[in-house]
Design a protein around this ligand. Sequence first.
Ligand code: DGY
Length: 328
Amino acid sequence: MASERISVVVTRRLPDVVEKRMSELFDVTLRSDDTPMSRAELSAAMKTADVLVPTLSDAIDSALIAQAGTQLRLIANYGAGVDHIDVATARQRGILVSNTPGVLTDDTADMTMALVLAVTRRIPEGLAQMQSGEWSGWSPTALLGGRVGGRRLGILGMGRIGQAVARRAAAFGMEIHYHNRKRLRVETETDLGATYWESLDQMVARMDVLSINCPHTPSTFHLMNARRMKLMKQDAVIVNTSRGEVIDENAMVRMLKAGDLAGAGLDVYEHGTDINPDLRAMKNVVLLPHMGSATVEGRVEMGEKVIINIKTFDDGHRPPDQVVPSML
Ligand code: DGY
């Protein structure tokens, strides 16, 4: 007898509790190992499933969408960023796209602050000394970093995550500045104690720390290009927990090597796992493996959002977290 439940294909392993709940609700095909699907596997899934649940490691481009079966009605992304999905083409084909905003805000903002502190206070260098057994005791001049309190933090992208970073950084005594496509309401600015800069060029030229918190879209690609990074102060630090494509990574590496930037804290990279080898070798650069949202709570809540989006859609309504091209 044919299943009456909506058929869902999930492209990666998800937390057990999420997979269990999906199995109870949907006719779900789960991934048996934690490797990304090949293009052929993705294509096959899109030919048979009613709903695809991809993650940021799946490039759902126009060619794949063009080959999708007519039964595919929803791409319920497990994650907030949708730059790996051609949302406009999906829309033309009548396929809805949803994401999981809000539930990874605090975790990502925490990680942003962790990177700010790691770079400015040289935490990895201290850790390396302890792990190698080389520490010979306290010294008045060893591993001196910079005090974060009083520094100017420029936030590029003042959405949910940018604002959560602002609150944390203010608690550390940083001065908050921001640039955003749209200026915030005055009350929100006042609440955050944030100064708006209409000109990104003017803002970056005056900041001690620049935090990238905008999504990757065609208009934010290489927003931090070589020209703009050259406006930054020599003792400034860049932190990126959003998407690598917002920064011209090679230009940043050249500046770090030349001493034209003091350091970088990166959770994301322009070419995914293909990281510029020079970055790995620099002591003033802290690299993390895209783990900004990696908390048990966050990943389960992302799964819950996916489930709600599918369930609402299956009940004949718009998924609450639908993404439309005009939002990008
Ligand atoms: C997202 O959901 O887009 C995040 O980058 C995952 O950490």
